[in-house]
Design a protein around this ligand. Sequence first.
Ligand SMILES: *Cc1c(COP(=O)(O)O)cnc(C)c1O
Length: 409
Amino acid sequence: MLTLDFHPTGRHFLQIPGPSPVPDRILRAMSLPTIDHRGPEFGALGLKVLAGVQKIFQTRHPVVIFPASGTGAWEAALCNVLSVGDHVLMYETGHFAALWNKMATRLGIKAEFLGLPGIEGWRRGVQADMIEERLKADTQHSIKAVCVVHNETSTGVTSNIAAVRKAIDAAKHPALLMVDTISGLASADYRHDDWGVDVSISGSQKGLMLPPGISFNAVSPKAVEASRKATLPKSFWAWDEMIEMNKTGFFPYTPNTNLLYGLAEACDMLLAPEHGGLPAVFARHERWGEGVRAAVRGWGLEIQCADASVYSPVLTGVMMPEGVDADAIRKLIYDRFDCSLGMGLGKVKGRMFRIGHLGDCNDLTLMAALAGCEMGMKLSGVKLAGSGVAAAMDYFAGHPARVPLQKAA
Ligand SMILES: *Cc1c(COP(=O)(O)O)cnc(C)c1O
């Protein structure tokens, strides 16, 4: 029996960029009894969470909720709007973009993968001009969709989605815009409607502060229209019955009732006007990102994201000096200080680690995580230029949060 409810050394530091720590208030909400998913109470819960997630995606259009991890919602997005052999343009920002590309290929889609060569593309955001150029060359309009990752969780880069929309419009191309904001949503600013996104994909265990297990497709009218003609096989993932039944708050098959209790609570927390709503959420994570990057600079190490205009407010990738095994350092920090950090994935395996600053965190939990990193690197013999912890303390102390933490009495 795992006894994680009592840790003799206090709570584990879950500093990976998802799953993120689940606030007690959400855990408590999820502990309510499971109800009849065809009964009247359920309909009210369904309507509440569907309206809440629309606000979080910043959309007036339907958001479909699947009982699945983010990967399921990736598949749902592709198989609802595409047909076998369709050509899509995907952009390589990192490991998650590569996994989505692999999935598209496995589904029988002709998935072209655009990007900067080598590791360079993994240190920068989506290059919208490359997309514009490629679409302009597609005079036959054979490309059916452009697929990009908003917040690339493997690197710590948050791409400019509005610029991608502009590129598609500048090329006068009818392709759908599909965006993975699995880790961006609810920590980084995300605007499904304003940015003209056709399908936005997200998951529960990142910015929404829930356990893993539900995921989302926000869908534009153009995407719904495309789904009526698309022929890739779809049944569990099909939007049509979901959208129809969701009008009354119900689902065509058993939804994840207790996670929806948690989602209702998460929406209340994120949207609470007395705490400043979404703008305050985004400002908090921007500021935490700044503090963590101050630490990395204090250590004299490199931030994986090489373009300051696309630094992620969700996580920071920390590059290790040549010859240092980042995974050995992560293991030491886990063993000695009970803190989980994200590993380097794919092309950067063993070369970097990732510090999450998404979801439920604060200045002091981040300071503790940074202290764990600094101790771990020192114990591993990494040559540091100075104290990143001191640099982050200076940043946080010198830059008070824009919205005060405590409501005035
Ligand atoms: C976490 C994540 C995924 C995968 O989601 P799962 O819930 O693990 O299936 C995909 N894309 C991005 C950007 C992610 O952060």
